[in-house]
Write a protein that binds this ligand. Structure first.
Ligand SMILES: NC(=O)c1ccc[n+]([C@@H]2O[C@H](COP(=O)([O-])OP(=O)(O)OC[C@H]3O[C@@H](n4cnc5c(N)ncnc54)[C@H](OP(=O)(O)O)[C@@H]3O)[C@@H](O)[C@H]2O)c1
Length: 248
């Protein structure tokens, strides 16, 4: 039987490309996001390339928390099991703290942290009941340190999301349920296209290939692509703030 993977935020960028690459690896797909026309197009594209795959799509705004549980359970019912669940949906809006843009920072905090909590709860419930499976949280290298300017809130949400997943891993240690946290560097997507500066950016295809390899090997955590984000991540985490700021 084909393995199944649920990916949130699958309508563009990293989520859509993960769907393409996991379909090529033989996975059946459960895909959700708000823009269903994008999901329908992606479904058609994947089925044209891999006619044996099964692709189910559902509309989901992850800030509608009841609906998160509903959609995850419905996908589980579609396939009978979910081998992997990837919490990927996210936004990158934000502004320096105290500059009158609380609304933008709050929207990022709600989508990237509170809604990530809802997705983690819904996923953990299904994986615990199944007794097996793999949970993946898409964090960011920005989570490794408090970040200045417009990404302060974004980075804090990604640190919070990473800790949620690590806590879940601590809880589930010794069980067949695995947990991975990914810390991507800059990868081309709608989100990174809106950033003023994207040092060392790689193509969506290349960046997601590194993400998929880390997921497939069920690593506890991975900074991806490893070069240059492994050493930059180390510097960010361990240098005194006045020096670490140079990498931000
Ligand atoms: N690209 C990078 O350089 C980079 C680096 C580190 C981490 N990340 C993380 O990677 C993840 C994917 O981002 P991306 O770069 O691929 O950006 P993207 O192209 O903007 O994709 C974001 C995805 O999240 C979905 N999404 C946003 N808000 C949502 C909501 N309220 N409900 C449901 N889905 C929602 C979007 O779908 P709809 O708009 O259709 O709902 C879209 O599919 C994010 O968590 C991001 O923080 C990206």
């Amino acid at each position: 039987m084909a393995k199944t993977i649920l990916i949130t935020g699958a309508s563009s960028g990293l989520g859509a490309e993960m769907a393409r690459q996991f379909a090529a690896l033989g996975y059946d797909l459960a895909l959700c996001a708000r823009r269903t026309e994008r999901l329908d197009e992606l479904r058609a594209e994947i089925l044209a390339a891999h006619p044996d795959r099964r692709v189910e799509v559902r509309q989901l705004d992850v800030n509608d928390h009841d609906r998160v549980f509903e959609v995850f359970r419905a996908f589980h019912a579609d396939f009978g099991r979910l081998d992997r669940i990837v919490v990927n949906a996210g936004v990158g809006r934000g502004a320096p703290l105290g500059t009158g843009k609380f609304h933008a920072n709050k929207q990022t905090a709600e989508t990237n942290f509170v809604a990530a909590l809802a997705q983690t709860e819904a996923a953990a419930e299904l994986l615990r009941a199944q007794g097996s499976g793999h949970f993946v949280m898409v964090s960011s290298v920005s989570a490794l340190r408090g970040m200045p300017k417009h990404i302060t809130t974004y980075a804090a949400t990604k640190a919070g999301a990473a800790h949620l997943a690590e806590g879940l891993r601590a809880d589930l240690m010794g069980t067949p349920i695995k947990v991975t946290v990914l810390y991507p560097g800059y990868i081309e997507s709608e989100m990174s296209a809106r950033s003023a500066s994207t040092p060392f950016v790689v193509s969506t295809e290349k960046g997601v290939r590194a993400m998929v390899a880390a997921i497939e090997s069920e690593k506890a955590s991975a900074r991806v692509p490893a070069w240059p984000w492994q050493p930059i991540g180390f510097a960010l985490k361990h240098l005194p703030l006045p020096l670490a700021r140079r990498f931000m």
